[in-house]
Write a protein that binds this ligand. Structure first.
Ligand code: TXA
Ligand code: MG
Length: 344
């Protein structure tokens, strides 16, 4: 398939292109588009055939459900059974990087929800994503626009790497501001369960809802007999092809450990600019400074892709503290590392 690649920075100035992209979605085709979290691989969320095309383009198992992207929070009424908690969260965090899971209405195809009785809804704040959903006049079903098992794309370059030839159009809207996928919270009855940590942090959710539980998967934990609540959690994710190992220890121990390892093996290191200066030499991939979670988040997936391209036998990164946005970083890293954490 020939993929058309177009650049849109300001949707108001690219009205025709947005209309064309929306036309592709309405006609059952696939369009990759930017969001504030990561790039999405979008199709008509009311059409089972479009959902099948999405699974095929990603090489994704079809029991792993898709998120429906809507233009405004009240758009949820058509597709899900909303409640008071939904509107409280929507008022605080929508549009933005939060996905809410509710009981679905029959209009949502089973193919989109992987047969689940629930549906995931998100209202992105990115102007291009918003304009595209409005113009399509439909909910857009969209997983992250990576081939299944690879890191989510945070710039058009990576979306093109994975999706060129697999979709009708890719919209290049620059780099994603957040860089990690949305926070996912499931609401049922009175309860709220955090399934995937993201830029809307656990603490922020607790400011709005009285009680929020954190699932084991969100904490980065995983046991063999765990039935994952977000089916995507059971698949190996964000995985570079060289093994990734997380190191837990002080700044000094980290520098010493890497120096020693470098003398005996060819390794890539994901580290902060300060650490890179202390280490010097090759095969260093930069992330944000220690404690600068927003920069670390923005760079994480590109760092994993770039580290992988160095073709070293192993990639090392530091284990982030699991607080605030650090929990989301930890959750992605520990799964990319298949839980390989070394205390140094
Ligand atoms: O930021 C994001 O959420 C990005 C952008 C494109 O919006 N999308 C994204 O989609 O990350 P995806 O498909 O890569 O991840 C969605 C996750 C999957 O782990 C899936 O299993 C889970 O959401 N999910 C979707 N519907 C669900 C449902 N009804 N119940 C539980 N988990 C669900
Ligand atoms: Mg994904």
């Amino acid at each position: 398939m020939k993929t058309e690649i177009i650049k849109i920075n300001n949707p108001a100035e690219s009205y025709r292109d947005i209309e064309r992209a929306a036309g592709i979605i309405r006609a059952g085709g696939l369009v990759v588009f930017p969001t504030e979290t990561v790039y999405g691989l979008g199709g008509n969320g009311t059409d089972p055939a479009a959902a099948s095309k999405i699974y095929a383009a990603k090489s994704r198992p079809s029991d792993n459900p898709l998120i429906l992207h809507i233009a405004k929070p009240s758009g949820a009424e058509r597709y899900a059974v909303t409640n008071e908690h939904y509107y409280k969260l929507a008022e605080a965090f929508m549009p933005g990087p939060l996905t809410i899971i509710l009981s679905k209405k029959p209009v949502v195809p089973d193919r989109v929800t992987g047969g689940l009785p629930t549906v995931a809804l998100r209202c992105p704040s990115h102007p291009v994503a918003h304009a595209l959903i409005e113009a399509a006049g439909l909910p857009i079903a969209a997983p992250s626009a990576n081939i299944s098992g690879r890191p989510s794309p945070t710039s058009a370059r990576y979306a093109i790497e994975d999706m060129d030839g697999r979709v009708d159009m890719i919209i290049d809207g620059g780099d994603c501001e957040i860089g990690l996928e949305s926070t996912i919270i499931a609401l049922d009855g009175d309860g709220a369960l955090l399934l995937r940590p993201g830029a809307v942090t656990y603490d922020a959710l607790c400011c709005v809802l009285e009680k929020v539980e954190i699932s084991a998967a969100a904490m980065g934990e995983m046991t063999a007999d765990d039935r994952p609540l977000a089916p995507g959690m059971k698949y190996r994710h964000y995985a570079p092809s060289s093994p990734l190992v997380l190191l837990e220890g002080s700044d000094e121990d980290f520098i010493n450990y890497i120096k020693q390892k470098r003398s005996i093996e060819n390794c890539a290191v994901i580290c902060s600019p300060v650490e890179a200066k202390a280490l010097g030499g090759e095969n260093l991939v930069l992330t944000g400074e220690a404690g600068d979670y927003p920069t670390q988040a923005r760079r994480l997936f590109s760092a994993l892709r770039e580290a992988d391209k160095l073709g070293c036998g192993v990639i090392y990164a530091r284990k982030p503290p699991a607080d605030g946005l650090g929990l989301a970083l930890y959750n992605r890293l520990v799964r990319a590392a298949s839980h390989m954490v070394i205390k140094i």
